[in-house]
Ligand binder design. Sequence first.
Ligand SMILES: Nc1ncnc2c1ncn2[C@@H]1O[C@H](COP(=O)(O)OP(=O)(O)OP(=O)(O)O)[C@@H](O)[C@H]1O
Ligand SMILES: [Mg+2]
Length: 376
Amino acid sequence: MLQRDNRYSARQAAGGDKSRQPSDGFLSVRNLVKRYGSHTALADISLDIRAGELVCLLGPSGCGKTTLLRAIAGLERQDAGAIVLCGRDISHAPPQERDYGILFQSYALFPNLTLAQNVAYGLSGKRAHRRHVQARVEEMLTLVGLAGSADKYPGQISGGQQQRVALARALAPSPSLLLLDEPMSALDARVREHLRIELRALQKRLSITTLMVTHDQEEAMVMADRIAVMNGGVIEQFGTPRELYRQPGSAFIADFVGEANWLPFERIDSHRARVGRHELAVDAALQTGTGKLFVRPEAVRVSAAPAGDRVNAMLADVLDGVFLGRGYRLALRLEGVPGATVHSIVSPETGDALLGPHAASRCWVELPRHAIRAYA
Ligand SMILES: Nc1ncnc2c1ncn2[C@@H]1O[C@H](COP(=O)(O)OP(=O)(O)OP(=O)(O)O)[C@@H](O)[C@H]1O
Ligand SMILES: [Mg+2]
């Protein structure tokens, strides 16, 4: 299967040479397997994370993100495979000896302790000098923008602020690795958007290697250096946000990362496909007899004027338009392609012309040949 071939493998993780020991990864996960009874939650996961990098684990519910994070944290024992942090094999080390800070969805602060005491709690295991602890707590609260709130209790501050305190607590012992499991999903959209930027800036400033679980693809795109997209216990693709968006390795990735238009096709030859009663030219070589063509909404060109002799141009009915401010999102029914609705992001001018009081309900749609990808 095409999907299987595109899966990010241990071989790729090791730089193409399976015999080489993991060395280029600050955190290396090797062939990790985790089963719950007959259910395989992690099937042979390999992942190399570089020092200072923020990597997001992205994927639908139940795909194994939390399980992988918990295995790295030592909160879940793997059935097979190894975990190496800074060259040290921590596969069987207890959690407290693994040198990470962790943050979950819920704030998990002690309600009866002040913010300062909560942050200090992260340092208690280190048997640090009281003076030192106090200085470190102040430093950490300042770092997360809560310098003046040391004596407040968690109940007196907002959810977003509580999560920042939890972050300060996780970072206080200066761990080598930061593990985050949906740290912002309990917050409302506005706070989340703000905290995303703050967290990323802080992570860059401290240069702390971070693995963050999210099922929010926008969050992953905004924050991550690289994204590992998981599906059904495997990593299906590992790459930069740009790579995933522009060269999705499978139909699943294309659909999960960003928005996709799909058109069923039949192959005519390596660079021509039949879609309904149209013949479309595509730059990418068609590998299969049938399948679906993929094109992003922002790549779909729309105009009120006839397309002339342009390639891959066809007539369409405008079904609907949503005003986005910076433009419109149009729903279009392609003529000659039964059942196909295509979405397009167009400029305000084009949208006004098609949807205004003297609107044309028909338009010309062009699918640029370079913007089309094909999947089985
Ligand atoms: N303790 C457990 N016992 C049995 N099955 C489990 C256990 N923990 C997780 N699973 C199963 O393993 C799979 C992966 O779970 P996991 O929590 O890692 O998913 P996830 O990707 O974090 O999902 P979500 O986005 O919903 O948090 C799921 O099918 C889940 O039901
Ligand atoms: Mg989870």
